[in-house]
Design a protein around this ligand. Structure first.
Ligand code: NDP
Length: 287
């Protein structure tokens, strides 16, 4: 048996194509979705992420406005930029690229973003909306995972789902989203007693640890659907996921590759949130 590949590149292209037509329709009604991206300092990885977000905006016809601030920028200066963007009528989404320099309180900055422009879904109000099942912005990576499963025809209702990792950006929100889809969800972390035994229960296994190839074939239930969120740089320079891909291929029914699985979905879902924010602006204008 060889697992089917869940192709994140293809599925993210599908999502983006659908979005491009939504953006075109919005433009006909004179609404141009706008995303402001704020980058503080010179973190090379952050620069690449920001460039990729701008590229995706350009492809879809979304107006992206980049604000690059020097590393010594004061917290108050950043907060007043966020306030200006919150008030700007052309800006639907405000995104502050993390991490921020050490002298800036990340939590304070994220909480300053208007929850209705918080397309990253990190504001505690949006986290709360997710917990109680209300409409709000949801973080991109977990939304991307659910979209991959949906579009691959994986039924979640009643399934045993195991999430390995409990971070605020992946593990916890994806566990809540799986629960919302009526899966029976178990969340594992570094203190889980017998990780292998718990993972073997999973019909859907989502892994977000950050340790290359930690989940081996013997930890996977035959026929499981495996979503590998991990991105790890190996000594030879190549990327690897948290799952031993070659081993898993022989036992899972479907698996996401790294790269080319969850990664491409993250930016696509950020674009979905931005377009959604623009649609809400239009509705508010009509009222
Ligand atoms: P964090 O470091 O914030 O969280 C890692 C989680 O893994 C923690 O909950 C930790 O447990 C758990 N963990 C660590 N070691 C073990 C272990 N031995 N056994 C069981 N659980 C363990 O990572 P993130 O959630 O931010 O990211 C996870 C991975 O996903 C990374 O490789 C990251 O690069 C990747 N990622 C990919 C994205 C994409 O777009 N493709 C987006 C975001 C992340 P504990 O809480 O107990 O410490």
């Amino acid at each position: 048996m060889s697992a089917a590949i869940i192709d994140g590149k293809r599925i993210s292209s599908e999502v983006k194509e659908e979005l491009a037509s939504e953006v075109a329709a919005l433009k006909e009604r004179e609404i141009v979705p706008g995303l402001a991206v704020v980058l503080v300092g010179e973190n090379p990885a952050s620069k690449v992420y920001v460039a990729n977000k701008e590229k995706a905006c350009a492809e879809l016809g979304i107006n992206s406005v980049k604000h690059e601030l020097p590393a010594p920028t004061l917290e108050d200066e950043l907060l007043s930029l966020v306030e200006r963007l919150n008030a700007s009528p052309d800006i639907d989404g405000v995104l502050v690229q993390l991490p921020l320099p050490d002298h800036i309180d990340e939590k304070r900055v994220l909480e300053a973003i208007d929850p209705d422009k918080d397309v990253d879904g990190f504001h505690p109000i949006n986290v709360g909306r997710l917990v109680v099942g209300e409409r709000g912005f949801r973080p991109a990576t977990p939304s991307g995972i659910i979209e991959l499963l949906n579009r691959s025809g994986v039924e979640l209702k009643g399934k045993e789902a195991v999430v390995v990792g409990r971070s605020n950006i992946v593990g916890k929100p994806v566990a809540l989203m799986l629960l919302e889809k009526h899966a029976t969800v178990t969340v594992c972390h570094s203190r889980t007693r017998d990780l292998a035994e718990v993972c073997r229960r999973a019909e859907v296994l989502v892994v977000a640890i950050g340790k290359a190839r930690m989940i081996t074939a013997d930890m996977i239930r035959p026929g499981a659907v495996v979503i590998d969120v991990g991105v790890n740089r190996l000594e030879n320079g190549k990327l690897a996921g948290d799952v031993d891909f070659d081993g898993a291929m022989g036992i899972a029914s479907a698996i996401t590759p790294v790269p080319g699985g969850v990664g491409p979905m993250t930016i696509a879902m950020l674009m979905v949130n931005t377009v959604e924010a623009a649609k809400r602006r239009e509705k508010a204008l009509v009222k």
